[in-house]
Design a protein around this ligand. Sequence first.
Ligand SMILES: Nc1nc2c(ncn2[C@@H]2O[C@H](COP(=O)(O)OP(=O)(O)OP(=O)(O)O)[C@@H](O)[C@H]2O)c(=O)[nH]1
Ligand SMILES: [Mg+2]
Length: 261
Amino acid sequence: MTIAHLAIVMPAYNEAEGIGGFVDEIRDAVAPMVGRVTFHVADDRSTDGTAAAFDGVQDVRVEVQPMNRGHGPTALAAYRSGLAAEPDAIVHVDGDGQFLGEDFPRLLSALVTQQADVVHGIRDGRTDPWYRRVLTAAVGVLVAGAAGRRIPDVNTPLRAYRPEALRILLDAVPADASVPHVHFSLAEARAGFTVRYLRVASIPRRGESTTGTMWGRGAGIALPPKRLRQFARSALGEVWTLSLRPSAPLRELRRVEPVGR
Ligand SMILES: Nc1nc2c(ncn2[C@@H]2O[C@H](COP(=O)(O)OP(=O)(O)OP(=O)(O)O)[C@@H](O)[C@H]2O)c(=O)[nH]1
Ligand SMILES: [Mg+2]
């Protein structure tokens, strides 16, 4: 099985320490099954020289964003630059490198051999604090109710797409959405996409610094950091407006049958 051109897309914010090694690991892992691979890093205006980690690296294209906007808009920008390269398959993964290179070929095999529109990497072994597990569980219940079935790991950042399927999702979600993967997961289920799930290893973020983490640190006995509370409130509002309310725009989304299948 060979994929002529694989595009790997990554949002990144202050990932200079770990992102180079992560990209090297993925490149080596997918080499036997791709004609070529290109990496598309959306740099959310890092202050640690993340973009410079790829100076002189031929197959990595870094696009520095016009301003710092957080994970969602940066992920969407990364998807757009990956799609613009017209690949035959596209994989999204966060630049903090919380996955193993060896899981990428498994993800791609599932995409191709199981004729999927999308494959989600379901994270095994996460060690989130209690409040994040509660939040994840609550979103899971909400989304299951709306989708009519349970979706494991709704917000996983490791996802492989058939480009035509991704295009439909990307066109439907506003460029500034803060939780695009929640919208994607819900729309995929409702619109009848062929979704496969694959368990993958979840490891601690690479690099020594913690400055990349979106949430800051909880205080003392680990109460949810204020940033997470604020983010959760606004993200839930966004999920309601774009995906859940009766006239939500993403309810209209429909899958298009792939040509020649
Ligand atoms: N912290 C932060 N991360 C961003 C931003 N923009 C893009 N990112 C990237 O978004 C990805 C996810 O951020 P994380 O802090 O790992 O968020 P998370 O995966 O929900 O949290 P963990 O489970 O703790 O890893 C990372 O790859 C970051 O590089 C931003 O403004 N702030
Ligand atoms: Mg992370």
